[in-house]
Design a protein around this ligand. Sequence first.
Ligand code: 4AZ
Length: 272
Amino acid sequence: MRRPIARALTGALGLIAAGAGPLATAPPAAADSVVVGGQPTRITEAPWVVALSSRDRFGGTRAGQFCGGVVVAPTKVLTAAHCLGREVLGGEPWQLSDFTVIAGRTSLRGRGGQEVRVSGTWVNPAYDRRTNSGDLAVLTLAKALPESYVIEVARPDDAALSPGTAAAVYGWGDTTGKGTYAMSLRSARVRVLPDEACERAYQSGSGAAYRGDTMLCAGDPEGGRDACQGDSGGPLVAGGRLIGLVSWGSGCGQPENPGVYTRVPTVLPSRI
Ligand code: 4AZ
């Protein structure tokens, strides 16, 4: 039931027929509405959220969106390392001729905001694609975004990382767990969960296992609210600070399978 992320992303990109993956056999507990169980939001409410795009590779219908990202400095965007994997991009990131970050735009159908070219990529050398540990990459932008788009990264000892903290996840990903990708930005309210909740759900033995040192567990104890395919690399925010990046999980919105996020404050090097 634990989908390798490459497959998850492949599904997210529509390269596998929607419904062909394990998600089809295990629908989320509450598939009612990024983000599953979320609500529409405007980019002005969350200006640090960006979409990663390549129309050449992913088509123009949704402006080439294939992952999320978050602005942490005017020319620096964090995303998930797995978003830049060969399985997703079909090659190396620099081989994508039109790799951009879309900032300041709520709807992928709209023309607002700006599209900025990605001029450099750095993948966390400690990222392990077998276990998903350290799932973080840094994009350098060819042109600076406004300072007002930048979100502060929490420190490793920030209380916002404690279990029980209210947090929000943002993205243009699947809203049902069945391949229904959003055209407009959504957010879902979740809670930081104790490591044990993810340790229980994702034990070692088959592929990715939860590791509290590099990963963060968050979700809705009652199920229904969660990140999903296409949200990868997007932000998990608590107390106005960045605490996580959407990384992986089994299905979407199932209470027994919380979302797993990159623990940004510990995984991100102090200088980028
Ligand atoms: C994915 O496939 C994915 N419910 C992202 C997040 C979650 C599951 C899958 C968490 O990119």
